[in-house]
Design a binder for this molecule. Sequence first.
Ligand SMILES: [Zn+2]
Length: 157
Amino acid sequence: MTATRALAPSLSLLEVRPSGVHGLGAFAAADLPAGTKLGIYAGRRFTAVQAAAMDWDRALTYLFGLSDGTLIDGGRRGNKMRHLNHACEPNCEAREVHGARGRLQLAIHTLRDVRAGEELFLDYALTVDDAEGPTDYPCHCGSLRCRGTMVAAPAGA
Ligand SMILES: [Zn+2]
C-alpha cells in the first residue's frame, strides 16, 4: 500500500498583497489547476432577518448573500478570501456547499488554470437596492468584456 498525502485546501494557496486593480488583492501562491478549492469564505454571518435590520453603509463589497438568505460579512472575522477583487471575467467562483450540520458555506474555487503570481478574481455580481445603481459600484477591471460595474448584469442580458 502506498500512503499519499492529499494537498489539503489551504489558505497558503494564495497570498495577499497590493493589487493594481483595487487595494489589496489575492494572488495565486502556486500554479493552481482549474477547480482548485482555495478555501471557505469566512466572516460574520447574518440571517436574512438580521441583515434586513442592519445599516450596511456601503460595506457591500465584503458581503456575500447565500441562497437561504444568510449574509456573510467578510469584513468581520473574515479570512484571505475577502481580498479577492472583482473582475467581469473572473478566474475564480464561489460555490455554495454544505458544511458541518448542513450549514451553507461558500467555497472559492478556480474556474480555470491559474499561474503562480496571477491575481485571483471573482465576479461579485452585486445586488443593490433602489437607492443605488450600477454607477455606484464602477468596475475598472480592464477586461474586454467589462460591463463597467460590479453590479450583476440584468437577468437575460
Ligand atoms: Zn469589469
